[in-house]
Design a protein around this ligand. Structure first.
Ligand SMILES: *[C@@H]1O[C@H](CO)[C@@H](O)[C@H](O)[C@H]1NC(C)=O
Ligand SMILES: *[C@@H]1O[C@H](CO)[C@@H](O)[C@H](O)[C@H]1NC(C)=O
Ligand SMILES: *[C@@H]1O[C@H](CO)[C@@H](O)[C@H](O)[C@H]1NC(C)=O
Ligand SMILES: *[C@@H]1O[C@H](CO)[C@@H](O)[C@H](O)[C@H]1NC(C)=O
Ligand SMILES: *[C@@H]1O[C@H](CO)[C@@H](O)[C@H](O)[C@H]1NC(C)=O
Ligand SMILES: *[C@@H]1O[C@H](CO)[C@@H](O)[C@H](O)[C@H]1NC(C)=O
Ligand SMILES: *[C@@H]1O[C@H](CO)[C@@H](O)[C@H](O)[C@H]1NC(C)=O
Ligand SMILES: *[C@@H]1O[C@H](CO)[C@@H](O)[C@H](O)[C@H]1NC(C)=O
Ligand SMILES: *[C@@H]1O[C@H](CO)[C@@H](O)[C@H](O)[C@H]1NC(C)=O
Length: 517
């Protein structure tokens, strides 16, 4: 009877003590936050807000551009939030936020943007702080998702190309060190799409900004990529009533035919193509004839559908952009093949009336030569990044319907050739993972949750801490609902390895697959 009494008293005392320590810490943290502004001296910056945010609060962003579609964010961790504007030239600047978690691990994280935006990705900042990173995000030098701010303001394009992430990193680190009163230990970057490009731009231009970069589905070779997006519209046509137009229903038929021809090349028929590089579909099988009169393609439809799987080239035959990888047709039929002009064609002519409908090879050459502020992000020499100890983790979904994943392999090979290294040597600091069955940055029929973002966080694999990943393990839940059953796990291979089903476990089990050359 004695022991339990003592022990329960001890428990109560410990609980009281712990509460006291916690609230003292709490007071300190809130106090620190309140005084953050006084402790900061940042040139060209205007601090708009400093705020202590307890965990589970909902932040509202009433001033955020409506096109960003981010009016609120639930915050998982206790944070100190600071928002500021930093001038980058007399005619440009970035909106920047730093979120500083109470549970700081000593690590610093920068987050990227998407598309043409213009939007702080608050969900990524929340992801970072929930994992104990002091996290910054910027608006990429302009507000909202349209490219309007670029018009006649080169400084805004400069921030979009490289200035914004770099400014965020420099100032974010200053804020972090000042707030905690000690230096961060390691700095990281995470982003996808435009955010992926921003990660590569950092490695190329500011090699010591980050110790580790996670860059997904990057918009590399930017002017060529945007030209390709416009060209896909020309290939598939803008008149949806035209007899040559391929409807979404027909793209579904084409997708099924592609799976029929290519799904088994990896040893398993599971609706997921592990290596689209091996897939050269013959769509002529779908040509309408006397026996095949439904769900078939006429000659013009065949020409257009096959056209997207051809590389885009200049008239002298040199490559502009690789073909669309087979497998992404269902989603592409709603985007680039939908009969609407691409919204991503970059306005290099400084003429808002110009549209992708009018794209010619002369425009492509013009944009390529202009390459404003190095936006192409196509330097294959990452030796300074490696020399400063940087590590680069690159991924791309193999069902990406906005950016052909072949472009990622193309960049990887550019680095290999530029640096005269084998893939084994590049493994030291740069690994590119091909994520089968993943669309653009997320979603898809494959095991796409790899820990890349809040939405993919259940794929996070803490076993990998401290060592370079051989593979990246992904998860797929029923309906992408982490509370539902796991349908599939798969270890995605680093390029140039490819996944093959080697059994004997079920297809859905990652142990059944082997990465091979
Ligand atoms: C951009 O948005 C921020 C709020 O997110 C606002 O404070 C700022 O005034 C906006 N800038 C412009 C140029 O509209
Ligand atoms: C806005 O965001 C919500 C939630 O993320 C999403 O369901 C919706 O489709 C988005 N709307 C637009 C117009 O992008
Ligand atoms: C801090 O981290 C600990 C353990 O990592 C966790 O249990 C706790 O909920 C976190 N607290 C806050 C306020 O984020
Ligand atoms: C501050 O802005 C001025 C004017 O744009 C610029 O000359 C100066 O270099 C900026 N300072 C920093 C630290 O960026
Ligand atoms: C933090 O880093 C700076 C240089 O980046 C250095 O001058 C300073 O001494 C460091 N402070 C501590 C406490 O290590
Ligand atoms: C297609 O036909 C419909 C109805 O016949 C018409 O309303 C629409 O404008 C046409 N679209 C094009 C692109 O010609
Ligand atoms: C082909 O033409 C493009 C665009 O004019 C040019 O940049 C490229 O160097 C040419 N390639 C060859 C092999 O001549
Ligand atoms: C684009 O092309 C269309 C015809 O296809 C033409 O009517 C229009 O004037 C062109 N627009 C520009 C800005 O060149
Ligand atoms: C990267 O840097 C390390 C250390 O400086 C060096 O040993 C290695 O050869 C470099 N790797 C490549 C691929 O250049």
């Amino acid at each position: 009877m004695l022991f339990p009494a003592i022990s329960s008293r001890a428990t109560v005392e410990f609980a009281l003590l712990s509460w006291a320590v916690q609230s003292a810490l709490g007071a300190t943290f809130e106090n620190l936050c309140r005084h953050l502004e006084q402790n900061l001296r940042i040139e060209n910056a205007t601090i708009n807000l400093v705020q202590y945010v307890p965990s589970e609060s909902t932040l509202l962003f009433p001033d955020n551009d409506i096109s960003c579609n981010r009016s609120s964010q639930i915050v998982a961790a206790d944070i100190c939030r600071i928002a500021l504007f930093v001038g980058t030239s007399p005619s440009s600047g970035v909106q920047l936020e730093a979120w500083l978690p109470r549970n700081w691990t000593g690590r610093f994280l920068s987050t990227g943007n998407g598309g043409l935006s213009g939007c702080i990705q608050y969900e990524d900042m929340n992801y970072g702080t929930s994992l104990g990173f002091a996290t910054v995000g910027t608006n990429n030098g302009h507000n909202g998702t349209s490219g309007q701010a670029f018009l006649n303001n080169p400084n805004v394009i400069k921030d979009y190309s490289y200035g914004s992430v770099h400014t965020g990193a420099v100032i974010g680190k200053t804020i972090t060190n000042a707030f905690y009163g000690r230096n961060f230990t390691k700095s990281y970057y995470i982003g996808c799409s435009t955010g992926g490009r921003q990660g590569f731009q950092s490695a190329q231009m500011f090699p010591s900004d980050f110790d580790g970069i996670v860059a997904g589905s990057p918009t590399l070779d930017f002017t060529h990529l945007t030209a390709w997006a416009g060209w896909l519209g020309i290939v598939t046509g803008y008149n949806t009533n035209d007899s040559g137009f391929v409807s979404p229903a027909l793209w579904k038929t084409i997708h099924q035919e592609i799976l029929k021809q290519c799904d088994s090349l990896d040893g398993a028929v599971d609706g997921i193509i592990e290596n689209p590089d091996l897939c050269y579909p013959n769509l002529d099988i779908l040509r309408c004839n006397r026996r095949l009169t439904h769900n078939c393609l006429n000659s013009e439809q065949l020409r257009r559908a096959s056209g997207v799987f051809e590389p885009f080239t200049y008239s002298n035959g040199s490559l502009i952009f690789p073909r669309m990888q087979p497998g992404s047709e269902l989603e592409s039929s709603d985007t680039f093949y939908s009969g609407l002009p691409s919204p991503y064609v970059y306005a290099v002519h400084g003429n808002p009336a110009w549209s992708a409908l009018n794209l010619t090879l002369a425009d492509v050459t013009f944009a390529q030569q202009l390459n404003p502020f190095g936006i192409n992000t196509w330097n294959g020499d990452l030796s300074s990044f490696n020399a400063s100890g940087g590590k680069l983790l690159h991924y791309h979904g193999l069902q990406d319907y906005l950016i052909s994943s072949e472009n990622s392999a193309r960049y990887y090979n550019l680095v290999r050739e530029t640096m005269s290294r084998t893939h084994v040597e590049l493994d030291n600091f740069y690994r590119y993972f091909r994520v089968s069955g993943m669309g653009h940055c997320r979603h898809g029929p494959g095991a796409w949750m790899i820990g890349q973002s809040t939405i993919g966080r259940t794929g996070i694999d803490p076993k990998k801490k401290g060592s370079a990943p051989e593979t990246i393990r992904g998860l797929k839940y029923r309906d992408d609902d982490p509370k539902a059953e796991i349908l599939l796990t798969r270890r995605h291979c680093r390029y140039p390895y490819q996944n093959r089903y080697t059994g004997p476990q079920p297809l859905s089990d990652d142990e059944s697959w082997t990465c091979m050359l």
